[in-house]
Design a protein around this ligand. Structure first.
Ligand code: ATP
Ligand code: MG
Length: 339
Protein backbone atom coordinates (compact mmCIF):
# COMPACT_ATOMS: atom_id res chain seq x y z
CA UNK A 1 0.00 0.00 0.00
CA UNK A 2 1.26 3.48 -0.86
CA UNK A 3 0.97 6.44 1.50
CA UNK A 4 0.97 10.07 0.36
CA UNK A 5 2.90 12.00 3.01
CA UNK A 6 2.01 15.72 3.16
CA UNK A 7 4.02 17.43 5.94
CA UNK A 8 2.36 20.80 5.14
CA UNK A 9 3.35 23.85 7.18
CA UNK A 10 5.01 24.88 10.43
CA UNK A 11 5.69 22.05 12.85
CA UNK A 12 4.08 19.64 10.35
CA UNK A 13 7.39 19.81 8.48
CA UNK A 14 9.17 18.67 11.66
CA UNK A 15 6.88 16.12 13.29
CA UNK A 16 5.87 14.20 10.15
CA UNK A 17 9.40 13.46 8.83
CA UNK A 18 10.42 12.57 12.40
CA UNK A 19 7.87 9.72 12.53
CA UNK A 20 8.70 8.17 9.14
CA UNK A 21 11.61 5.99 10.37
CA UNK A 22 9.21 4.34 12.85
CA UNK A 23 6.75 3.63 10.02
CA UNK A 24 9.49 2.05 7.90
CA UNK A 25 10.84 0.04 10.84
CA UNK A 26 7.40 -1.42 11.62
CA UNK A 27 6.61 -2.03 7.95
CA UNK A 28 9.85 -4.02 7.52
CA UNK A 29 9.56 -5.89 10.82
CA UNK A 30 5.95 -6.98 10.25
CA UNK A 31 6.22 -7.34 6.45
CA UNK A 32 3.45 -4.76 5.89
CA UNK A 33 4.70 -3.49 2.53
CA UNK A 34 3.96 0.17 3.33
CA UNK A 35 5.69 2.68 1.07
CA UNK A 36 5.39 6.42 0.90
CA UNK A 37 5.98 9.45 -1.32
CA UNK A 38 6.32 12.96 0.08
CA UNK A 39 4.27 15.83 -1.41
CA UNK A 40 5.20 19.49 -0.79
CA UNK A 41 1.67 20.94 -0.73
CA UNK A 42 1.33 23.85 1.66
CA UNK A 43 1.84 27.55 2.24
CA UNK A 44 5.18 27.92 0.38
CA UNK A 45 3.76 26.36 -2.78
CA UNK A 46 0.59 28.47 -2.49
CA UNK A 47 2.58 31.69 -2.14
CA UNK A 48 4.96 30.76 -4.98
CA UNK A 49 2.41 29.48 -7.50
CA UNK A 50 -1.11 30.06 -6.14
CA UNK A 51 -1.73 26.32 -6.16
CA UNK A 52 -3.08 24.54 -3.08
CA UNK A 53 -4.23 21.15 -4.31
CA UNK A 54 -2.72 20.59 -7.77
CA UNK A 55 -5.01 19.61 -10.66
CA UNK A 56 -5.36 15.85 -10.93
CA UNK A 57 -4.02 15.28 -7.40
CA UNK A 58 -7.22 13.69 -6.10
CA UNK A 59 -7.47 11.30 -9.07
CA UNK A 60 -3.86 10.29 -8.56
CA UNK A 61 -4.39 9.75 -4.84
CA UNK A 62 -7.48 7.59 -5.28
CA UNK A 63 -5.80 5.53 -8.02
CA UNK A 64 -2.32 4.95 -6.57
CA UNK A 65 -2.65 5.52 -2.83
CA UNK A 66 -4.68 4.21 0.11
CA UNK A 67 -3.78 6.86 2.65
CA UNK A 68 -2.79 10.49 3.13
CA UNK A 69 -0.59 11.22 6.16
CA UNK A 70 -1.00 14.97 6.71
CA UNK A 71 0.95 17.25 9.06
CA UNK A 72 -0.66 20.65 9.51
CA UNK A 73 -1.80 23.48 7.28
CA UNK A 74 -1.60 27.08 8.49
CA UNK A 75 0.74 29.99 7.98
CA UNK A 76 0.76 33.54 9.37
CA UNK A 77 1.38 34.85 5.82
CA UNK A 78 -2.04 33.45 4.74
CA UNK A 79 -4.45 34.81 7.37
CA UNK A 80 -7.62 33.19 6.01
CA UNK A 81 -5.96 29.77 5.53
CA UNK A 82 -7.14 29.75 1.90
CA UNK A 83 -4.54 27.13 0.94
CA UNK A 84 -5.42 24.92 3.88
CA UNK A 85 -9.12 25.04 3.08
CA UNK A 86 -8.47 24.21 -0.55
CA UNK A 87 -6.28 21.23 0.32
CA UNK A 88 -8.15 19.83 3.31
CA UNK A 89 -11.73 20.47 2.22
CA UNK A 90 -10.79 19.38 -1.31
CA UNK A 91 -9.50 16.04 -0.08
CA UNK A 92 -12.40 15.58 2.33
CA UNK A 93 -15.05 16.28 -0.29
CA UNK A 94 -13.47 14.66 -3.35
CA UNK A 95 -12.43 11.51 -1.50
CA UNK A 96 -15.73 11.50 0.45
CA UNK A 97 -14.03 11.14 3.84
CA UNK A 98 -17.27 11.49 5.76
CA UNK A 99 -16.35 9.55 8.91
CA UNK A 100 -13.94 11.34 11.23
CA UNK A 101 -12.60 9.10 14.01
CA UNK A 102 -11.00 10.84 16.98
CA UNK A 103 -10.04 8.50 19.78
CA UNK A 104 -9.95 10.12 23.23
CA UNK A 105 -7.19 8.15 24.96
CA UNK A 106 -7.57 8.26 28.76
CA UNK A 107 -5.62 6.50 31.48
CA UNK A 108 -8.43 4.01 32.06
CA UNK A 109 -9.70 3.47 28.54
CA UNK A 110 -10.42 4.92 25.12
CA UNK A 111 -13.56 6.71 23.94
CA UNK A 112 -14.10 6.26 20.20
CA UNK A 113 -15.53 9.58 19.05
CA UNK A 114 -16.94 9.69 15.51
CA UNK A 115 -17.74 13.03 13.89
CA UNK A 116 -19.70 13.42 10.66
CA UNK A 117 -17.27 15.27 8.45
CA UNK A 118 -19.06 16.69 5.40
CA UNK A 119 -22.44 18.25 6.20
CA UNK A 120 -24.26 20.08 9.01
CA UNK A 121 -23.31 23.68 9.70
CA UNK A 122 -20.18 23.32 7.56
CA UNK A 123 -21.93 23.08 4.18
CA UNK A 124 -21.45 26.80 3.50
CA UNK A 125 -25.12 27.55 2.83
CA UNK A 126 -26.17 30.97 4.06
CA UNK A 127 -25.49 34.62 3.65
CA UNK A 128 -25.78 38.06 5.17
CA UNK A 129 -28.12 41.00 4.86
CA UNK A 130 -26.96 44.51 5.65
CA UNK A 131 -26.46 48.08 4.56
CA UNK A 132 -23.38 50.24 4.09
CA UNK A 133 -21.02 47.39 4.92
CA UNK A 134 -22.74 46.57 8.23
CA UNK A 135 -24.12 43.05 8.61
CA UNK A 136 -27.54 43.09 10.24
CA UNK A 137 -28.63 39.53 9.57
CA UNK A 138 -26.31 36.53 9.30
CA UNK A 139 -27.42 33.05 8.30
CA UNK A 140 -25.60 29.71 8.30
CA UNK A 141 -27.85 26.80 7.45
CA UNK A 142 -27.43 23.35 9.02
CA UNK A 143 -28.04 20.79 6.27
CA UNK A 144 -28.25 17.02 6.71
CA UNK A 145 -29.50 14.43 4.23
CA UNK A 146 -30.92 11.11 5.43
CA UNK A 147 -28.57 9.33 3.07
CA UNK A 148 -25.44 10.82 4.69
CA UNK A 149 -26.65 10.39 8.28
CA UNK A 150 -27.64 6.77 7.55
CA UNK A 151 -24.37 5.73 5.99
CA UNK A 152 -22.43 7.57 8.72
CA UNK A 153 -24.34 5.99 11.62
CA UNK A 154 -24.30 2.52 10.04
CA UNK A 155 -20.56 2.62 9.37
CA UNK A 156 -19.78 3.83 12.92
CA UNK A 157 -21.98 1.17 14.51
CA UNK A 158 -20.27 -1.51 12.43
CA UNK A 159 -16.82 -0.20 13.40
CA UNK A 160 -17.70 -0.07 17.10
CA UNK A 161 -19.25 -3.53 17.03
CA UNK A 162 -16.20 -5.02 15.26
CA UNK A 163 -13.94 -3.49 17.92
CA UNK A 164 -15.97 -5.23 20.62
CA UNK A 165 -17.40 -1.98 21.95
CA UNK A 166 -20.93 -2.32 23.32
CA UNK A 167 -22.06 1.15 24.40
CA UNK A 168 -22.81 3.91 21.93
CA UNK A 169 -24.09 7.42 22.65
CA UNK A 170 -25.71 9.72 20.11
CA UNK A 171 -25.00 13.37 20.95
CA UNK A 172 -27.57 15.83 19.58
CA UNK A 173 -29.77 18.80 20.41
CA UNK A 174 -33.13 17.74 19.02
CA UNK A 175 -34.98 19.68 21.74
CA UNK A 176 -33.73 23.01 20.36
CA UNK A 177 -32.73 22.07 16.79
CA UNK A 178 -35.63 19.75 15.95
CA UNK A 179 -35.26 19.26 12.20
CA UNK A 180 -31.72 17.97 11.79
CA UNK A 181 -31.69 16.75 15.40
CA UNK A 182 -34.88 14.78 14.81
CA UNK A 183 -33.43 13.20 11.67
CA UNK A 184 -30.33 12.07 13.59
CA UNK A 185 -32.40 10.55 16.41
CA UNK A 186 -34.70 8.75 13.98
CA UNK A 187 -31.83 7.31 11.93
CA UNK A 188 -29.87 6.32 15.05
CA UNK A 189 -32.80 4.37 16.51
CA UNK A 190 -33.53 2.60 13.22
CA UNK A 191 -29.90 1.68 12.46
CA UNK A 192 -29.36 0.41 16.03
CA UNK A 193 -31.95 -2.27 15.30
CA UNK A 194 -29.41 -4.07 13.08
CA UNK A 195 -26.89 -4.21 15.96
CA UNK A 196 -28.68 -5.99 18.83
CA UNK A 197 -25.35 -6.41 20.68
CA UNK A 198 -25.00 -2.60 21.03
CA UNK A 199 -26.57 -0.62 23.87
CA UNK A 200 -27.59 2.79 22.58
CA UNK A 201 -28.20 6.00 24.50
CA UNK A 202 -28.99 9.57 23.50
CA UNK A 203 -27.78 12.74 25.20
CA UNK A 204 -28.24 16.45 24.58
CA UNK A 205 -24.89 17.96 23.67
CA UNK A 206 -24.85 20.40 26.60
CA UNK A 207 -25.45 17.78 29.27
CA UNK A 208 -23.15 15.34 27.44
CA UNK A 209 -20.26 17.86 27.66
CA UNK A 210 -20.97 18.37 31.35
CA UNK A 211 -21.01 14.62 31.99
CA UNK A 212 -17.92 13.95 29.87
CA UNK A 213 -15.80 16.44 31.82
CA UNK A 214 -17.10 15.23 35.20
CA UNK A 215 -16.60 11.54 34.44
CA UNK A 216 -15.67 10.19 31.01
CA UNK A 217 -15.44 6.55 32.12
CA UNK A 218 -18.99 5.41 31.19
CA UNK A 219 -18.54 6.26 27.49
CA UNK A 220 -17.29 3.83 24.82
CA UNK A 221 -18.54 5.03 21.43
CA UNK A 222 -19.84 8.54 20.71
CA UNK A 223 -21.53 9.70 17.48
CA UNK A 224 -21.92 13.39 16.71
CA UNK A 225 -22.71 15.78 13.90
CA UNK A 226 -20.02 17.98 12.35
CA UNK A 227 -20.13 20.95 14.74
CA UNK A 228 -20.80 19.03 17.95
CA UNK A 229 -18.08 16.51 17.03
CA UNK A 230 -15.61 19.34 16.43
CA UNK A 231 -16.24 20.85 19.85
CA UNK A 232 -16.29 17.52 21.70
CA UNK A 233 -12.98 16.51 20.14
CA UNK A 234 -11.29 19.58 21.62
CA UNK A 235 -12.77 18.78 25.02
CA UNK A 236 -11.45 15.27 24.47
CA UNK A 237 -7.97 16.60 23.68
CA UNK A 238 -8.06 18.61 26.93
CA UNK A 239 -9.10 15.48 28.87
CA UNK A 240 -6.12 13.68 27.29
CA UNK A 241 -3.81 16.34 28.69
CA UNK A 242 -3.38 18.53 25.64
CA UNK A 243 -3.02 18.50 21.90
CA UNK A 244 0.26 16.59 22.16
CA UNK A 245 -1.31 13.13 21.75
CA UNK A 246 -4.53 13.77 19.83
CA UNK A 247 -4.81 12.33 16.31
CA UNK A 248 -7.66 11.82 13.89
CA UNK A 249 -8.55 9.63 10.92
CA UNK A 250 -10.95 10.73 8.17
CA UNK A 251 -12.35 7.71 6.41
CA UNK A 252 -14.36 6.82 3.34
CA UNK A 253 -15.89 3.49 4.42
CA UNK A 254 -16.81 2.53 0.83
CA UNK A 255 -13.28 2.84 -0.64
CA UNK A 256 -11.33 2.33 2.59
CA UNK A 257 -9.30 5.47 1.84
CA UNK A 258 -8.07 7.18 5.01
CA UNK A 259 -6.49 10.55 5.84
CA UNK A 260 -4.68 10.57 9.18
CA UNK A 261 -3.40 13.71 10.88
CA UNK A 262 -2.48 15.14 14.26
CA UNK A 263 -5.29 17.32 15.68
CA UNK A 264 -2.91 20.21 16.43
CA UNK A 265 -2.17 22.92 13.87
CA UNK A 266 1.02 24.38 12.47
CA UNK A 267 1.97 26.10 15.78
CA UNK A 268 3.97 28.98 14.24
CA UNK A 269 5.16 30.08 17.70
CA UNK A 270 7.40 27.00 18.06
CA UNK A 271 7.98 26.11 14.39
CA UNK A 272 11.62 25.77 13.38
CA UNK A 273 12.84 25.28 16.94
CA UNK A 274 12.93 21.49 16.86
CA UNK A 275 10.91 21.13 20.05
CA UNK A 276 7.43 20.24 18.71
CA UNK A 277 5.93 17.15 20.29
CA UNK A 278 5.82 14.40 17.63
CA UNK A 279 3.50 12.09 19.62
CA UNK A 280 0.28 13.20 17.88
CA UNK A 281 1.93 12.59 14.51
CA UNK A 282 3.09 9.18 15.71
CA UNK A 283 -0.43 8.44 16.98
CA UNK A 284 -1.66 9.28 13.47
CA UNK A 285 0.57 6.44 12.25
CA UNK A 286 -1.05 4.23 14.91
CA UNK A 287 -4.50 5.10 13.50
CA UNK A 288 -3.27 4.33 9.98
CA UNK A 289 -1.90 0.93 11.03
CA UNK A 290 -5.12 0.15 12.91
CA UNK A 291 -7.24 1.20 9.95
CA UNK A 292 -5.46 -1.25 7.64
CA UNK A 293 -5.79 -4.06 10.19
CA UNK A 294 -2.13 -4.08 11.33
CA UNK A 295 -3.23 -4.28 14.94
CA UNK A 296 -0.05 -5.76 16.40
CA UNK A 297 2.16 -3.05 14.88
CA UNK A 298 -0.35 -0.36 15.93
CA UNK A 299 -0.46 -1.59 19.54
CA UNK A 300 3.33 -1.73 19.72
CA UNK A 301 3.79 1.82 18.41
CA UNK A 302 1.02 3.15 20.69
CA UNK A 303 2.70 1.61 23.74
CA UNK A 304 6.16 2.92 22.78
CA UNK A 305 4.86 6.46 22.13
CA UNK A 306 3.15 6.47 25.53
CA UNK A 307 6.31 5.26 27.25
CA UNK A 308 8.54 7.76 25.42
CA UNK A 309 6.19 10.64 26.29
CA UNK A 310 6.61 9.79 29.99
CA UNK A 311 10.43 9.46 29.73
CA UNK A 312 13.30 11.98 30.00
CA UNK A 313 12.91 12.62 26.27
CA UNK A 314 9.59 14.47 26.85
CA UNK A 315 9.24 17.77 24.95
CA UNK A 316 8.57 21.13 26.71
CA UNK A 317 4.77 20.94 26.25
CA UNK A 318 4.88 17.71 28.28
CA UNK A 319 6.94 19.38 30.98
CA UNK A 320 10.30 18.07 29.74
CA UNK A 321 13.33 19.52 27.98
CA UNK A 322 13.52 17.10 25.05
CA UNK A 323 13.41 17.68 21.30
CA UNK A 324 11.28 16.33 18.44
CA UNK A 325 14.10 14.10 17.18
CA UNK A 326 15.11 13.05 20.69
CA UNK A 327 11.59 11.92 21.52
CA UNK A 328 11.21 9.96 18.27
CA UNK A 329 14.69 8.50 18.82
CA UNK A 330 13.44 7.15 22.13
CA UNK A 331 10.34 5.70 20.41
CA UNK A 332 12.61 3.98 17.86
CA UNK A 333 14.85 2.58 20.61
CA UNK A 334 11.81 1.23 22.50
CA UNK A 335 10.46 -0.33 19.28
CA UNK A 336 13.87 -1.89 18.59
CA UNK A 337 13.83 -3.53 22.02
CA UNK A 338 10.42 -5.12 21.39
CA UNK A 339 10.99 -6.26 17.82
P1 ATP B 1 -3.08 26.60 13.13
O1 ATP B 1 -3.44 27.96 12.68
O2 ATP B 1 -2.30 25.81 12.11
O3 ATP B 1 -4.22 25.83 13.74
P2 ATP B 1 -2.28 27.31 15.79
O4 ATP B 1 -1.44 28.48 16.10
O5 ATP B 1 -3.73 27.36 16.06
O6 ATP B 1 -1.99 26.84 14.30
P3 ATP B 1 -2.19 24.83 17.15
O7 ATP B 1 -1.36 23.79 16.58
O8 ATP B 1 -3.66 24.71 16.96
O9 ATP B 1 -1.61 26.18 16.60
O10 ATP B 1 -1.82 24.85 18.67
C1 ATP B 1 -1.93 25.94 19.58
C2 ATP B 1 -0.67 26.01 20.45
O11 ATP B 1 -0.43 24.75 21.10
C3 ATP B 1 0.56 26.24 19.58
O12 ATP B 1 0.76 27.59 19.38
C4 ATP B 1 1.65 25.57 20.37
O13 ATP B 1 2.21 26.44 21.30
C5 ATP B 1 0.95 24.42 21.07
N1 ATP B 1 1.13 23.15 20.33
C6 ATP B 1 0.32 22.62 19.39
N2 ATP B 1 0.81 21.47 18.91
C7 ATP B 1 1.95 21.24 19.56
C8 ATP B 1 2.94 20.19 19.50
N3 ATP B 1 2.83 19.14 18.67
N4 ATP B 1 4.01 20.29 20.32
C9 ATP B 1 4.15 21.34 21.16
N5 ATP B 1 3.26 22.34 21.25
C10 ATP B 1 2.17 22.31 20.47
MG1 MG C 1 -5.42 26.05 15.60
Amino acid sequence: MRIAVVPGDGIGKEVIPATLPALTLLSDAFGLDLEYDVFGWGADEWIASGVGLPTGAVERLSKDYGCVFLGALGDPRIPDMAHGREILLGLRRELDLYVNHRPIVLSDGVIDLYRENTQGLYVGVGGTVGRAGVVNVAIDECVYTRDTVEKFVRSCLRRLSEKGRRKVTLVHKANAVPNTGGLWVDVFRKELGAFPEMIGSEEYVDSFCYNLVRDPTPYEGVLASNLFGDIISDIGAALMGGLGLAASASICPETGFVLVEPVHGSAPDIAGKGVANPCAAAMSVVLMLDHFGHTEAADMLRACVGEAARSDAATPDLGGRGTTDGLMGTVLALLGRRL
